[in-house]
Design a protein around this ligand. Structure first.
Ligand code: ADP
Ligand code: LRH
Length: 500
């Protein structure tokens, strides 16, 4: 039997609801609804438009449930009959990490969730580190220091007094669908309030930074059923009220790592390439050494207790913001021109903090060039080339560091997510890293989401190896082999990072 499962996958560049069909040898996704997910600046605060997202999710679930399974197969000459299957056997939600909603004692949302790129956390990390040392934080949580980690957002929070419960974004949305609160573990692991070895909240850390006891709800693991739909939600979406919402790797990166199409025994690294590039390795245990802390590698929780040992690289965000500022959606045209632009003309450090907040990225690139004594790119194509080469360099540096710190050698790099369609970036990544790159699948988070749901519903996908084998058998990958002169990348690396 084929399971019909909805994956709600909220990325910073867009939200989508996908209908997944999963059965023996079968793993298909159909995009049923995609919607804009832009931040909203009101006064001095940058918010997520959470109610708009919720409304779009309801629209998407209605569409997913109503889409007939038979129709597509019939038109493709298959055996499906008109009037095929409808409805859903499961729903899973994954989304970006670190952000949350606060609820009062009646379960009402206390204001719009604040976006992690908001300026309220400026300077907060330094304040918190006076109460809890960086060494202690790393020893407990194993998390990379990012200024927007939940712990720092909470230290800057002005609604804590009225708050009774904190729900991470996917947990908040699941709560609205089911009425059941909880904290899915992979996303909880990104808060810097989660004890990575004990695999639960660190009450001690929470207390030390003034987070009230009891604000953090019970942890649940990916694969647990959260609950059936509330009656009102079932009516709104046209779904059966018994339809279960299932906890998946609710941190989108955790779901996308599930769908890395690696074969057992592969020594692989991954780059989950979207708004952010999450660059790292999958490990069985966290690495909490001084070297790992120094390298600022994170040990985020993966599905099935794995560790996502990775680092955030600023990613295609810089390019997204350039397109927004230029008022163009012609990414394909710009990438074609960038492929012909001169190589290594200008290089930036994409992880420079000046690129974090929304804004005029072309100008910020110029400012970076001025600071580092480079002529700024003269054309849009040159600027795009500069961003992509700089990202490839950051990937190379991060992967080399990760391998050294974890004592692991990598033979292949899997690039997954929307950025896996960027052929120029994939080739530059292979060239910079001196490793073969396998690109795809594009919708990795949604695939990881439905795979975990399918297993929870009894599909024989016992482990990540089986899930990955199914992805590999059902999705085409594109291979890129290293080209060009490695010495050019060595020289480029010392230009950007050499003086540090
Ligand atoms: P997120 O989940 O963070 O919203 P996605 O995985 O959806 O991110 O990836 C979005 C990125 O994928 C965009 O920033 C864009 O650069 C890239 N992308 C999307 N479509 C294409 C395409 N056809 N060719 C090249 N790059 C693409
Ligand atoms: C990617 C992502 C990433 C987090 C960032 C906030 O969407 O979840 O893993 O660090 O958003």
């Amino acid at each position: 039997m084929t399971l019909r499962l909805a994956a709600v996958d909220l990325g910073a560049s867009s939200g989508r609801v996908m209908l997944g069909r999963v059965g023996p040898g079968q793993l298909e996704l159909t995009e049923v609804h995609r919607f804009w997910n832009g931040p909203v600046q009101v006064g001095d605060t940058l918010h997520w438009d959470i109610l708009a997202l919720y409304r779009e999710i309801l629209v998407g679930l209605r569409k997913a449930g109503a889409l007939e399974s038979g129709a597509r197969e019939a038109s493709a000459g298959g055996a499906g009959a008109a009037g095929g299957e409808r409805g859903l056997q499961g729903i899973g939600i994954d989304s970006w990490a670190v952000d949350y909603g606060l609820l009062d004692g009646r379960g009402k949302l206390l204001g719009n969730p604040v976006h992690y790129r908001d300026a309220r956390t400026d300077g907060v990390m330094e304040r918190v580190l006076q109460k809890v040392s960086a060494d202690e934080l790393y020893a407990v949580t194993g998390l990379q220091q990012l200024p927007f980690n939940t712990i720092y957002q909470l230290a800057a929070e002005d609604r804590l007094e009225q708050a009774e419960m904190l729900l991470m974004i996917p947990d908040l949305l699941s709560y609205w669908l089911t009425g059941q609160p909880g904290a899915e573990a992979t996303n909880a692991s990104t808060t810097q309030l989660y004890d990575v070895r004990a695999r639960g909240w660190s009450d001690t850390l929470a207390q030390r930074i003034g987070v009230p006891a009891g604000l953090l709800p019970e942890i649940r693991e990916a694969g647990q059923v959260i609950g059936p739909l509330l009656q009102a939600v079932a009516e709104e979406t046209g779904l059966e009220p018994t339809t279960p919402v299932i906890a998946v790797g609710s941190h989108d990166t955790a779901s996308s790592v599930v769908a890395v199409p690696a074969t057992e025994g592969d020594r692989f690294a991954y780059i989950s390439s979207g708004t952010w590039s999450l660059v790292g390795l999958e490990l069985d245990e966290p690495v909490l050494s001084g070297e790992a802390q120094q390298a600022n590698f994170t040990n985020e929780g993966g599905v099935d207790g794995r560790t996502r040992f990775l680092k955030n690289v600023m990613g295609l965000w810089i390019l997204q913001e350039c397109l927004r500022v230029w008022g163009t959606g012609d990414l394909a045209g710009l990438l074609r021109e960038a492929a012909d632009a001169p190589a290594f003309a200008v290089l930036i450090d994409p992880d420079d903090p000046s690129f974090l907040a929304p804004g005029n990225m072309p100008r910020r690139v110029e400012e970076f060039c001025a600071k580092s004594g480079q002529e700024p790119p003269r054309t849009r194509a040159a600027l795009v080339r500069c961003v992509l080469e700089s990202l490839a360099l950051a990937y190379r540096r991060t992967l080399r560091l990760g391998q050294a710190v974890a004592g692991r050698e990598v033979e292949v790099v899997h690039v997954i997510g929307g950025g896996s369609q960027n052929e120029l970036l994939c080739q530059l990544t292979a060239d910079a890293c001196g490793l073969p790159v396998l690109a795809g699948p594009v919708e990795a988070s949604a695939l990881g989401n439905v795979l975990v749901q399918a297993r929870a519903l009894g599909e024989p996908l016992p482990d990540l190896t089986a899930m990955r084998a199914l992805v590999r058998a059902t999705h085409e990958l594109r291979a890129y082999h290293p080209q060009g002169k490695p010495a050019d990348w060595d020289a480029a690396e010392s230009r950007v990072f050499g003086t540090r």
